[in-house]
Write a new protein. Structure first.
Length: 225
């Protein structure tokens, strides 16, 4: 009697939601054009579609929110509140967000990474979780640099400077940390470090979960063709 094919367990991905200037997180200061990695991951979905992850001018992540991928039920993203807020202090953060259930964490910032970011990375690594740092809105930085310094503008140098600034703030606690710089627009998933980021995430998966992610990325590419 043949056995039924093994069904892979759901793939869970988490990102710590550090929106706007996280230094001001206690005032819930949020950039109205805040990048949302969950929507970038579903690049064929418009930001105002039902089920798309929320963005806006008010605090949109005050609890753990899950978003199942529309094309792949085995892939679920969890949008986590930022650490260090009154409702989510460091002392109880890991327990409140149930950190054990996630395969890895993606810590996102549109500026510099902060002490709260590096604290979170250090703590989850203690428990055997991988952590990735993603710096968003580089398209805005490049546009500002091109406008302010047109005669000396060099995209490669600007991107290198952004990476160095980010690494300076996190490598004191994690010498092996990497930062992926990506665009904040849903239509620009082929620019900057997005492809490298996806490849790195895939390498972190155990084989039976990796296939689910590869399938999802293939679906997204077909959707954009």
């Amino acid at each position: 009697m043949s056995s039924s094919p093994r069904v892979p367990p759901p793939v869970t991905i988490s990102r710590a939601s550090h929106v706007g200037a996280f230094d001001n997180a206690e005032t819930h200061s949020i950039n109205p054009n805040d990048f949302n990695l969950l929507n970038i991951s579903e690049a064929d979905k418009q930001a105002d579609d039902p089920g798309a992850a929320l963005t806006g001018v008010i605090e949109t992540t005050d609890c753990v929110q899950d978003y199942a991928h529309p094309e792949n039920p085995n892939l679920t993203f969890y949008d986590l509140p930022g650490v260090g807020t009154p409702n989510f202090p460091q002392a109880t953060y890991l327990e409140k967000v149930n950190y054990k259930q996630y395969d890895f964490f993606i810590i996102v910032s549109c500026k510099r990474f902060t002490e709260n970011d590096t604290w979170l990375a250090k703590e989850v690594k203690k428990h055997g979780k991988s952590v990735f740092f993603v710096r968003t809105h580089v398209d805005q930085d490049l546009a500002n640099e091109r406008r302010d310094r047109p005669s000396t503008y060099d995209e490669t140098k600007v991107l290198d400077r952004i990476r160095r600034n980010c690494l300076d703030s996190i490598q004191a606690t994690d010498a092996r940390a990497k930062v992926f710089v990506i665009c904040g627009l849903l239509s620009q998933t082929t620019k900057f470090d997005y492809g490298q980021m996806v490849e790195t995430l895939l390498r972190e998966y155990p084989p039976y979960k990796r296939q689910a992610m590869i399938l999802t990325m293939t679906m997204n590419c077909k959707g954009r063709a």
